[in-house]
Design a protein around this ligand. Structure first.
Ligand code: AOF
Ligand code: ZN
Length: 443
């Protein structure tokens, strides 16, 4: 017998699912704004649908109201299902709360609270104050769990929707609070954690499906970052291309449409060759080379003719006094101020280690190919000085394994050292979450 999930009308799940679907249409296009979807329902029927398309354009709620108007439906007395708390301030666009009140909406069901400190519950308060019924989806009483399903996959459809609304905008949620980008460290490795052979060969470690997924990760990021050693060794383009699975060659791949992520190169001594792809291709305008004060002036000047160059402060290395490093915390603040909400770090090993072991990454996306390179001089996915003891290890949580052809992809959150090791061990097999790049499977 079909179990009733909770004491709310069944249709509500449907409307909220639809709002989530609509929200995802904005995937990768709304930065620095969140993706949001909205459905207006009156008399059990949908009278308007909308989603936020791009920063500067109307919010999802306004799109839904406009849609209702276009089809000559009056929104008076309707219920608004929206994945995020309606905003209540003037930004690039006027407050949605005012439009909702003016339209005579009776009830608002919102997926989650907007973490933007300017809103963060204030939108709900304003609506309630004028007598609009407001419900936060995630605050509904939880239905008792089905015992047989208890554990990793026991979440009800209601709870899944609440979780998805909260997870829909991970990068935005992080950036709007911390004002630094949400950092994902990505690496494609052999099973023994190598990203290149001792002779430096590194192309196509993983197969076509994994590479296509890697491209989606790039596409969902505001910026991609790599270190100078990677530029010198691999001369990567760091652009978004749609790969033909197993094409095996970058030339067989095609450039796809905007918005294109920025490319950030960590290069303290300004050694990026002027003919490197990142400095010479048609997307050179999207490249920023981050140098230190010690970089030779003539090199900096030559690079600055082709790409954006910024001079970052340095921090003394804990380990080698003579080795000062670019101050990554400073850089993240700078990028955050430039509305980079999500940053994909693509190595190499030293750069990955700086972010991971420096506590500057929030997520990892590690691709593993069923290959073994061995070799004490082979390049590692994560290098640096490494953890000195078990207690210094980077612990991962919310572990998700995905098979991509012959390869495996591990997606996980980076926990703070010591904080979640026990939980992380138990969490293998958490329910499938919003996909890494936020792009729905059928999108
Ligand atoms: C909503 N619905 O569809 C979105 C919201 O500059 P603005 O006017 O676009 O406002 C941006 C802020 O509004 C953003 O930081 C976030 O807090 C919220 N985004 N809110 O009610 C939407 N995209
Ligand atoms: Zn709004």
């Amino acid at each position: 017998m079909k179990r009733r999930e909770y004491a709310m009308p069944d249709n509500e799940l449907h409307w909220m699912q639809m709002a989530l679907h609509l929200a995802r249409r904005g995937c990768g296009a709304t930065s620095p704004n969140p993706i949001v979807g909205a459905v207006l329902v009156k008399g059990g029927k949908i009278i308007g649908r909308g989603w936020h398309r791009r920063a500067g354009l109307p919010h999802a709620e306004i799109e839904a109201l406009n849609d209702a108007q276009k089809h000559r439906h009056s929104p008076r007395g309707a219920t608004l299902y929206v994945t995020l708390e309606p905003c209540c301030t003037h930004g690039r666009t006027p407050p949605c709360t005012e439009a909702i009140i003016a339209a005579g909406i009776k009830r608002v069901v919102a997926g989650t609270t907007d973490p933007n400190p300017k809103h963060a519950g204030k939108g709900f308060k304003i609506l309630r104050r004028v007598g609009i019924e407001v419900e936060r989806w995630g605050e509904r009483p939880r239905e008792p769990r089905n015992k047989s399903k208890r554990g990793s996959s026991g979440a009800s459809p209601h709870q899944k929707i609440a979780d998805e609304c909260a997870r829909l905008n991970e990068a935005f949620n992080h950036w709007i609070v911390h004002r630094t980008p949400f950092v994902t460290v990505k690496a494609a490795m052999t099973l023994d954690g190598k990203i290149a052979t001792a002779s430096g060969e590194s192309k196509w470690i993983t197969g076509g499906k994994a590479r296509t997924h890697g491209m989606k990760l790039r596409q969902g990021s505001d910026a991609i970052l790599a270190g100078i050693n990677t530029i010198l060794a691999d001369n990567p383009s760091l652009t978004v291309r749609v790969g033909t699975p197993n094409s095996g060659s970058a030339q067989a791949d095609q450039e796809i449409g905007a918005p294109r992520p920025r490319r950030i190169i960590l290069d303290s001594m300004a050694r990026t060759p002027l003919n490197a792809k990142v400095a010479s291709d048609e997307s050179a305008g999207l490249t920023t080379v981050v140098v230190s004060k010690r970089a030779p002036k003539n090199r900096v000047a030559a690079l600055a003719k082709r790409v954006k160059v910024i001079v970052a402060p340095t921090t003394k290395s804990k380990f080698k006094i003579q080795n000062s490093k670019l101050d990554l915390k400073w850089l993240l603040k700078k990028l955050g101020a430039e509305t980079v909400t999500s940053l994909l770090v693509e190595g190499g090993g030293e750069v990955n280690a700086s972010f991971l072991l420096g506590g500057l990454a929030q997520r990892v996306a590690l691709f593993y190919a069923p290959k073994i390179f061995g070799g004490r001089d082979a390049r590692k996915g994560v290098a640096g000085e490494g953890a000195k003891s078990l207690s210094e290890a980077v612990h991962l949580r919310e572990i998700e394994w995905q098979r991509l052809g012959e390869d495996l992809l591990l997606t996980a959150r980076v926990g703070t050292p010591n904080s979640c090791s026990a939980r992380a061990d138990r969490e293998i097999g958490v329910p499938a979450q919003t996909r890494l790049d936020g792009v729905p499977p059928h999108h």
